[in-house]
Design a binder for this molecule. Structure first.
Ligand code: SAH
Length: 242
């Protein structure tokens, strides 16, 4: 099964864009994933080919029409999840990315202007996803971000199959610091332990560093990590209580 992405957008020329180079680009050329775009405007029905209209109730900007969006969605809908990119959506996480990457792909709906007519979310089963608490001018770059995160996890895309396992978020922690040659640079050295060749000591050092950096920079992640660790499985707790 190949991960198949369909992007519904007013700017199909933005794709594959940055996903056409490096790891993702090579994987695309090799058929490890596929990408097609749907021009939302092709589904406009009036003679001006309009995709948007003024907001009901007044106010600035334009709103994407539900009828046009629905026709565009229906042209590609299959078993793949439909994700609308919106700042109001659930923040994208590595967990969600991993699940998506294991599935058949995704249909991504990119907004522009003020966003979508709310009725589209009720009329078509979809998930609203945000890539962070800031506002972009359109959903296209958010779709590129989401796809980049998924594609690098597909089998055979990253060089070493395991190089994703220890990364930030995969263990619930941020990643430990990396170093490479030269051993000394501008008077700074690489921590001694990393040059010791003692794999157990190195692993312990990395774990410790990952914990420190997470605790300091992301107390929210740290809380969750510690919470997950102190909750023993129900069987274990029973034993302890006996
Ligand atoms: N009026 C909207 C913002 C619209 S921005 C609001 O205040 O919520 C225009 C489009 O950019 C959105 O429809 C969405 O598709 C995309 N977009 C903007 N910020 C985003 C974010 N943080 N994550 C995902 N998509 C975003």
């Amino acid at each position: 099964m190949t991960f198949a992405a369909s992007v519904l957008t007013l700017y199909p020329e933005m794709f594959p864009g940055p996903l056409g180079v490096s790891l993702a680009g090579r994987a695309l050329a090799e058929g490890k994933w596929s990408l097609d775009t749907v021009q939302i405007r092709d589904f406009a029905t009036d003679k001006h080919r309009s995709v948007d209209d003024t907001p009901a109730g007044g106010g600035a900007g334009m709103v994407l029409r539900a009828d046009v969006l629905a026709a565009a969605i229906d042209s590609v809908a299959d078993e793949r999840p439909i994700l609308a990119l919106t700042p109001r959506g659930a923040p994208l996480t590595q967990d969600r990315v991993r699940t998506l990457a294991q599935g058949p792909g995704a249909i991504l709906l990119c907004g522009r202007f003020e966003g979508f007519d709310e009725r589209i979310f009720e009329a078509r089963a979809m998930e609203e996803v945000s890539i962070g608490d800031y506002v972009l001018s359109g959903g296209e770059m958010a779709a590129l971000v989401l796809l980049d995160a998924c594609v690098r996890l597909l089998p055979g895309v990253m060089g070493a199959a395991s190089s994703g396992d220890e990364e930030s978020f995969e263990s619930g922690l941020l990643e430990y610091p990396h170093y490479t040659r030269p051993i000394e640079w501008e008077g700074r050295t690489i921590p001694e332990v990393l040059r010791s060749g003692d794999h157990a000591k190195i692993a312990a050092w990395r774990k410790h560093e990952a914990e420190i950096v997470t605790r300091l920079r992301r107390p929210d992640l740290w809380e969750r990590h510690v919470g997950a660790r102190v909750q023993p499985p129900s069987g274990a707790r029973q034993k302890k209580d006996e």
